[in-house]
Design a protein around this ligand. Structure first.
Ligand SMILES: Cc1cc2nc3c(=O)[nH]c(=O)nc-3n(C[C@H](O)[C@H](O)[C@H](O)COP(=O)(O)O)c2cc1C
Length: 184
């Protein structure tokens, strides 16, 4: 189902950013073309080179980087996307998109896309339960954005609770379902 589909994967600055590598590989194994956009903060956790090597495509971080050919990159990626996945999604990106903020490559491209957008949040349990984060999630759901909920378990901050990124394998299964059935 993912064969020759263009999946744009947004990676944000959370400790689970390394798990996005497995998502890229899994999507590629199913024949998808994967284009990674990282936030600047995500590059503190993992390098663009890793995603470029795994995806076999250029990785974009900077909105104002001079492109190789004339191409307004956030618009071309936004148009190219058959599906847009943000994994892991920080509280910050969820808050920005929910409030119309487009101040970096990832948030700007999400704003410009007409494809389905799926967020897979990952964060500390108190952050996840924060009413502002929950309100932002509910607002985005109301506007038709999709969520793959985090799971419970041991978190990087040494507490047990909800906030772990869903397993990459399950994220890929859900992406397949969304492409096939049109809903999660
Ligand atoms: C070690 C470390 C781990 C972090 N993990 C997370 C996380 O899992 N989820 C989250 O929402 N923010 C996390 N943050 C905070 C984000 O990096 C911060 O909110 C940042 O502004 C997010 O930027 P971005 O959304 O543009 O990538 C973490 C910060 C540090 C220093």
């Amino acid at each position: 189902m993912l064969k020759d589909k263009n999946i744009v994967l947004g990676v944000t600055g959370g400790i689970a950013a390394y798990k996005a590598c497995e998502i890229v590989s899994g999507l590629r194994k199913q024949g998808a073309n994967v284009y990674v956009i990282m936030t600047k903060n995500a590059t503190e956790f993992i390098t663009p080179l890793t995603f470029m090597t795994l995806s076999k495509n250029k990785v974009v971080v900077d909105t104002f980087e001079i492109p190789d050919s004339y191409d307004v990159e956030h618009i071309s990626l936004a148009k190219k996307a058959d599906l847009f996945l943000v994994a892991p999604a920080t509280a910050n990106i969820i808050g920005k998109v929910a409030n119309g903020i487009a101040d970096d490559m990832l948030s700007t491209t999400i704003m410009a896309t007409t494809s389905k957008v799926v967020f897979a949040p990952a964060m500390n349990d108190a952050m996840y339960k924060n009413q502002i984060v929950q309100d932002n999630i509910n607002k985005l759901k109301k506007y038709g954005y999709y969520f793959i909920n985090p799971t419970e378990g041991m978190l990087a901050c040494n507490t047990k609770g909800i906030g772990r990124l869903e397993e990459p394998k399950i994220i890929i299964e859900k992406i397949n379902t969304l492409m096939e059935v049109g809903t999660l």
